[in-house]
Design a protein around this ligand. Structure first.
Ligand SMILES: Cc1cc2nc3c(=O)[nH]c(=O)nc-3n(C[C@H](O)[C@H](O)[C@H](O)COP(=O)(O)OP(=O)(O)OC[C@H]3O[C@@H](n4cnc5c(N)ncnc54)[C@H](O)[C@@H]3O)c2cc1C
Length: 415
């Protein structure tokens, strides 16, 4: 950790989600004062589970919260996917074997309650004298000069600092300022999320120690234990047919009944635990190249929101958070060049997560011949094959190890 340099102007972080609080912490640990601005009345997370691949553990270490995260996390035994109608196992990827540990340097695959992860990051921020956390502060726009950057809040205040980092999520207002014609991409799917006490889950579900998934045309469900197996996190994802209005619960239920009519009993057991009235629409972003303008950059979902099929949105935000201040240090406090280098270093990896997540989404939900071919392909693979396919993602290539790019080269590449 670097001592705080109080003569510096603060770094302004917009958004207090996982990406924002991790970024605030990472900058403060490199000696930068930080002002974090969150629109909600409380800096908190929605209370569901999140999976973190082994690539994320070194990020938690760099943020000084690895031990706390390991204590709060549950380590699932495998990722197992079944066909929801035939019951066939399509893949079974082990996560808690000596081979896994050796391959990923002892970093486990974690399942953690989002509130626990968020709270341990926020607690670390609160304990750091250089971080000023502000709630009920909605940012409307950014501006920047050669020497600084500022935001204007929706109630007309200007808050100035050395740089602005927009970690304001999938529907980022600051991204809209940078890319006025770019919108989030709605998939036509909705998610239902719930957490049930393990004691209340039927035995068919309670028995599982890993991440369990069932897939079918236009549908998948995923569940895994949290908090030392005291709770089960459940996410049901459904394609909403054209013509079924969001508020038409009766027709929506009819549709769900029809697509799960031949599903295995366990799938129907899970559905019985979920409230179908609460739905999140599922959207992502197309990869875009320009994340920054001068001393302002996007980070996390605002830069590269992804579908959850690879379970890596929060993981990518944590990787961003750790890398960014190290680049600012490497560029000797030259934010504009550091931000350009950040985008350059992160674009390919995050775009790959976005596009592979879409491809996997398609594979989860396809039908007919496409589904048969997919199942045959997956069933041909063994654990080693799956690990090899995931190495690009799970073996961390971060942080701080890439070859420095010279400032002049970066400037030439500015679009
Ligand atoms: C169903 C589902 C399951 C998922 N599962 C996983 C998983 O298993 N693993 C994983 O890694 N990822 C998962 N994700 C993705 C993950 O949740 C996101 O990628 C991650 O939370 C992004 O963090 P963020 O901080 O960038 O954005 P957010 O969490 O969206 O935070 C943005 C913050 O900015 C604030 N804000 C917005 N606008 C403003 C403004 N104008 N001014 C001030 N504040 C503002 C918001 O209130 C919010 O607090 C899942 C997502 C979904 C939908």
């Amino acid at each position: 950790m670097t001592p705080m340099d109080t003569s510096r102007d603060p770094v302004i972080v917009v958004g207090g989600g996982i990406g924002g609080v991790a970024t605030a912490l990472a900058f403060a640990r490199q000696g930068w004062p930080v002002r974090l601005l969150e629109q909600a009345e409380q800096i908190g997370a929605i209370g569901y589970g999140v999976q973190l691949g082994p690539n994320v553990v070194p990020m938690l270490r760099a943020l000084g919260v690895e031990e706390a995260a390991r204590k709060a996390a549950y380590l699932p035994t495998q990722l197992r996917l079944h066909d929801m109608n035939s019951g066939a196992t399509l893949f079974d990827i082990p996560l808690r074997t000596p081979a896994f540990d050796a391959r990923y340097g002892g970093s486990p695959y974690m399942a953690i309650h989002r509130v626990d992860l968020h709270e341990l990051l926020v607690d670390a921020c609160r304990a750091h004298p250089g971080i000023d956390l502000n709630q009920s502060t909605t940012v409307a726009r950014f501006d920047h000069t050669e020497t600084g950057a500022c935001v204007t809040t929706s109630d007309g205040r200007t808050i100035a600092g050395a740089a602005v980092i927009a970690a304001d999520g999938l529907r980022s207002r600051l991204r809209a300022q940078l890319h006025p014609n770019d919108a989030s991409r709605d998939t036509g799917y909705v998610a239902h999320r719930t957490i049930v006490p393990m004691a209340e889950a039927p035995a068919s579900i309670r028995q599982h120690t890993g991440v369990t998934m069932w897939t079918g045309p236009g549908f998948h469900v995923i569940y895994y234990p949290l908090r030392d197996r005291a709770e089960m996190n459940i996410v049901v994802v459904v394609q909403v047919p054209a013509g079924v209005a969001a508020e038409d619960n009766a027709r929506y239920r009819e549709h769900l009944e029809a697509i799960t009519a031949h599903a295995r009993p366990e799938v129907r057991d899970v559905l019985a635990l979920v409230s179908l009235e609460r739905r999140w629409s599922i959207a992502d972003r197309h990869p875009v190249r320009r994340w920054c303008e001068g001393r302002v950059t996007l980070l996390g979902d605002s830069a590269h929101a992804t579908l959850q099929s690879l379970a890596q949105g929060a993981g990518m935000a944590l990787e961003d958070a750790v890398l960014l201040p190290s680049l600012v240090t490497r560029f000797d406090g030259d934010f504009a060049h550091a931000f350009k280098a950040f985008e350059q270093q992160r674009f390919l990896r995050t775009a790959r997560v976005q596009l592979e997540s879409r491809a996997l989404w398609e594979q989860y939900h396809c039908d007919g011949a496409q589904a048969e071919v997919r199942s045959a392909q997956w069933q041909e693979r063994n654990a080693e094959d799956f690990h090899r396919c995931l190495d690009w993602l799970w073996k961390p290539d971060l942080p701080i190890v890439a070859t420095p790019t010279t400032p002049s080269k970066l400037l030439q590449e500015t679009p």
